[in-house]
Design a protein around this ligand. Structure first.
Ligand code: URA
Length: 208
């Protein structure tokens, strides 16, 4: 399934700034916000419109409105929170569902430790946000949870993706589009994306 790599100059410029080794927490957080907004713009490109007639300044006029479908934004804790406000800048009325996962150190599988979903997921478009798509384990588990709750329309918005993660998500959920600023080279032996951004959660929150 589709992976959309957003090549817009602003996206690529901001991604390049994010890759600087000595970037401050403030700058990383600000750029994450800005990049999330631009990626959300692309991810919502195929939202359906419907014509409506409104009372304009010179009489009735036909305009376009986004059709019925409601949106839930789904940050994966904790790094996904760094992208939340950027997405909400564009879809301010979206409801927010949250998923937290930890890794079982024996099986290495992601295990949900927290989830809180909004209602009517069967009527919503879910925009999952997580800065880094590495192995794909957390993304697949989040999509599994959403589908189990009836959600039928899901997109994943990430800043940087690894080919391993894209393949895993596409194999498990071929209907889910991945929107990203970059498809990087590979994962290293610690599961970090190369060249990637380092630990995006630590850089957003200022932890080490
Ligand atoms: N999570 C991160 O924050 N960075 C990576 O490179 C991979 C997973």
């Amino acid at each position: 399934m589709p992976i959309t790599i957003v090549n817009h100059p602003l996206v690529q410029h901001k991604l390049g700034l994010l890759r600087e080794a000595d970037i401050s927490t403030y700058k990383f957080r600000t750029l994450t916000h800005e990049l999330a907004r631009l990626l959300a713009y692309e991810a919502t490109r195929d939202f359906e419109l419907e014509p409506v007639t409104i009372d304009g300044w010179c009489g009735d006029i036909n305009v376009q409105r986004i059709k019925g479908k409601k949106v839930t934004v789904v940050p994966i804790l904790r790094a996904g929170l760094g992208m939340l406000d950027g997405v909400l800048d564009l879809v301010p009325s979206a409801k927010i569902s949250v998923v937290g996962l930890y890794r079982n150190e024996e099986t290495l599988e992601p295990v949900p430790y927290f989830d809180k979903f909004v209602d009517s997921l069967d009527e919503r478009i879910a925009l999952i946000i997580d800065p880094m798509l590495a192995t794909g384990g957390s993304m697949i588990a989040t999509i599994d949870l959403l589908k189990r709750k009836g959600c039928q329309s899901i997109k994943a918005i990430v800043m940087v993706a690894a080919p391993e993660g894209v393949k895993a998500v596409s194999d498990a959920h071929p209907d889910v589009e991945i929107v990203t600023a970059a498809l990087d080279s590979h994962l290293n032996e610690h599961g970090y994306i190369i060249p990637g951004l380092g630990d995006a959660g630590d850089k957003i929150f200022g932890t080490k």
